[in-house]
Design a binder for this molecule. Structure first.
Ligand SMILES: C[S@@+](CC[C@H](N)C(=O)[O-])C[C@H]1O[C@@H](n2cnc3c(N)ncnc32)[C@H](O)[C@@H]1O
Length: 338
């Protein structure tokens, strides 16, 4: 994941850390390799396994990015932090580096909570970890209130994201803030190769059909519940009392973005023409939905090309970028004092 590798010295500086913390132990990373049947440090030849390894092993760096985006050390010093869907525990390590006073992490996956324990021990960080579902009715009684909540790549896995949003808002103290990262299933890049399993066309499908495609390739449980549009998240969080601000900054040359997306859409079209699955009904459905997205994209791209009004071109290009270009929406919400 190339975007992960960017986070380095600059992020540490934004956190107010002049030099990197001491080298952590290796229990966590060794356990991650073993999880994929590999020897620690072994070279990986499968692109999807490489993607999973990169994701697991980069969790501290990704956490540092999120913490820096929310104000770094000046904002985190002395605060109470909760990581929802904490998995590998790296976001808690990052919050500890930024001076958080107390740390809690919840997840529904025992195996990942065990990995989080190893990562926290490697970094000599103390945090309360609990197996707990964010939609569970007693989540607020059990956890209390927080100054910061981190919730990275989790909501698309939650069966009731509306309820999750309500609980997340209730877990924040007045003046507290939440960081959310959510994948965009309509990003053309993800329609061609999804960010969870590296499969073509799966984000175009509804949950039950996606599960059928997934079952052709894998044996355990399909873990993605849904890909919702950005407007859905803005809506449910605003109903829950949190207005979200998008952190992603549009590239300066939006014209180049539209052109690049046009090439990606051609690639998607070619992939749909040749996609092959055992179940022909699934292929038809994937093509039908894919054609719909391709037409919607090309219609707007034509309006963009035809317009001679800068503001209009900018509006269309921004919409195309947010809807089909951005792979992850990064959002911050703050709970107003009542
Ligand atoms: C893609 S992983 C992201 C992990 C971590 N936040 C990161 O960015 O490295 C999603 C995590 O959310 C957890 N999860 C899914 N549904 C959940 C729920 N209802 N409550 C709490 N955690 C959940 C999963 O077990 C998994 O560890």
């Amino acid at each position: 994941m190339s975007r992960i590798r960017r986070y380095g010295g600059a992020v540490l500086r934004r956190l107010g850390l002049r030099k990197p913390p001491p080298d952590p132990g290796r229990e966590f990373s060794d356990a991650v390799y073993r999880r994929y049947g590999l020897q620690p440090g072994e070279e990986v030849h499968d692109e999807t396994v490489q993607m999973w390894l990169d994701f697991s092993l980069s969790s501290v760096e990704r956490g540092r990015y999120a913490v820096a985006a929310m104000g770094g050390r000046p904002a985190f010093r002395g605060t109470r932090v909760l990581d929802v869907g904490c998995a590998y525990g790296g976001f808690l390590v990052a919050a500890a580096e930024a001076g958080a006073r107390s740390l809690a992490g919840i997840d529904i996956n025992d195996e990942l909570l065990t990995l989080a324990k190893l990562q926290l021990a490697d970094h000599r960080v103390d945090a309360g970890l609990e197996r707990l579902d964010i939609t569970s009715p007693d989540v607020i009684d059990r956890l209390g209130h927080f100054d910061f909540i981190l919730c990275n790549d989790v909501l698309e896995h939650v069966s009731d994201p509306d309820l999750a949003a309500t609980h997340l808002a209730a877990l924040l103290d007045d003046g507290g803030s939440i960081f959310l990262q959510i994948p965009n299933g309509r990003a053309v890049e993800f329609m061609i190769r999804d960010g969870h399993y590296g499969l073509f066309g799966i984000t175009l499908l509804d949950r039950l059909r996606a599960e059928q495609v997934w079952a052709d390739h894998y044996e355990d449980t399909y873990g993605v519940e849904h890909y919702a549009p950005l407007s859905y998240y803005l809506d449910v969080f605003s109903q829950a009392g949190l207005s979200l601000r998008m952190l992603n900054r549009p590239p300066e040359d939006l014209g180049a973005v539209v052109e690049d997306l046009g090439r990606q859409v051609d690639e998607l079209e070619a992939g749909l023409a040749t996609v092959s699955l055992e179940d022909s009904e699934l292929v038809e459905e994937m093509r039908r939905r894919g054609r719909h997205e391709i037409e919607a994209f090309r219609h707007q791209a034509e309006l963009y090309a035809a317009s001679r009004v800068d503001a209009e071109r900018n509006i269309i290009a921004r919409w195309l970028w947010t809807t089909y270009g951005l792979t992850f929406w990064e959002l911050v919400g703050r709970k107003q004092n009542e």
